[in-house]
Design a protein around this ligand. Structure first.
Ligand code: SF4
Length: 69
């Protein structure tokens, strides 16, 4: 299990993460990404895609994901 950290100071509400992984990311009423709960290991590939796609690098995973090969 992993936890996704959203840097709310960086997040600009582009919602690319929601578009890519709608079963994990949501946009809250302040137009910031949010992730209810933790994510399972089998969801980490999709989460990694969202982390890499966020245009303002507002997402990170704890514990960190290994580098993409
Ligand atoms: S893609 Fe990045 S900036 Fe856009 S909502 Fe998701 S975390 Fe925020």
């Amino acid at each position: 299990m992993s936890r996704i950290i959203v840097d709310r100071n960086r997040c600009e509400g582009h919602a690319l993460c929601v578009a890519l992984v709608p079963d994990i990311f949501e946009i809250d009423d302040e137009d910031k990404a949010t992730v209810p709960g933790v994510v399972s290991d089998d969801q980490l590939d999709n989460v990694g895609l969202a982390v890499d796609t966020c245009p303002v690098a507002a997402l990170r995973v704890e514990p960190p994901l290994p580098p993409a090969s």
